[in-house]
Design a protein around this ligand. Sequence first.
Ligand code: ZN
Length: 335
Amino acid sequence: MIPSEYIISKINQYTKRPIKIRHRNAYNFECPICNEGKSSGKKRRGYYDIDKGYVYCHNCNRGWDPIKWIQDVCQMSYKEVLAEAKDFGYTVNDYINTRSEKTKKVDFGTLPDDSINLLERTQVNYYSNELVVQACLNAIQQRRLNKAVNRPKSFWVSLKDKVHKNRLVIPFYDDDNQIRFYQTRAIMPEDLKDDRPKYLSKLNADKRIYGMNNIDPDLEHIFIFEGPIDSMFTKNGIAICGTNLTEIQEQLLRKYSLYQHIWVLDNQFMDKAGREKTLDLIEQGARVFIWPKDIIQFKDLNDVCVKYQLDQISNKFIVDNSFTGQEAKDKLSVK
Ligand SMILES: [Zn+2]
């Protein structure tokens, strides 16, 4: 790893309002990559975890290896970053190690290090004394992820991955049934604190789309969700980890251009960001699900399913509450 002092010097130089988080080996700052949109100047959505050695932005909703982050923020090449890091005690040996690591492993692997398959009985039995494994299994059960109609074929946990350890791993299968991406969700109480990312994406990887392997060609809709957990409860639900499609996700979605696309965001009457994004989508001509009165007290569809013990939200229910244009705006303006 390159020295944290060097990374911190870059944070101090290139970001607004950086602060060391009290009682934690980490920094918060305004993310210079997205400038944090509407929360600019108010929040600090950038995060640097010194021990784990990664940088994260809650607004970009993505993580970086620190070297890559410095490259992006400071417009430097990989070599330039390493050369500068030398001044902070980065040795030639470190350089050689990093270089061979880099040639060996450009991809960080399909899943976090030594992941345990939580749906495999023998593996789970072997680790049954591990608190983390128990906590993940409980979360799966409590959030009804093991029953959800559009669930993935597997759930995982790693007990030692540098970045993703002790978190529930949700695999993203492409339509060829291969895992090409994953997101991890905080499970343990110490990871569920406000200043820590609840969701983390696979580092240094292009975001892909959750649920592509489950798409039923006989249905006429595709439902686009922010996060995979909500999308697990609707047939032909997919998730894009955020509210903006990346170029690659747009490319992947083109395969499904014959389906009608409906956006399903978190409750617009509770979540300001969801409301703003909904308005953007309406302006772009998209069809969006507007949260109906009878479930207005819930934040997201997973909460609805937990409360009423449902394995799915019917496609008809979503379609019937989806609108475009002026009609959508009108629905959004009455509470
Ligand atoms: Zn950002």
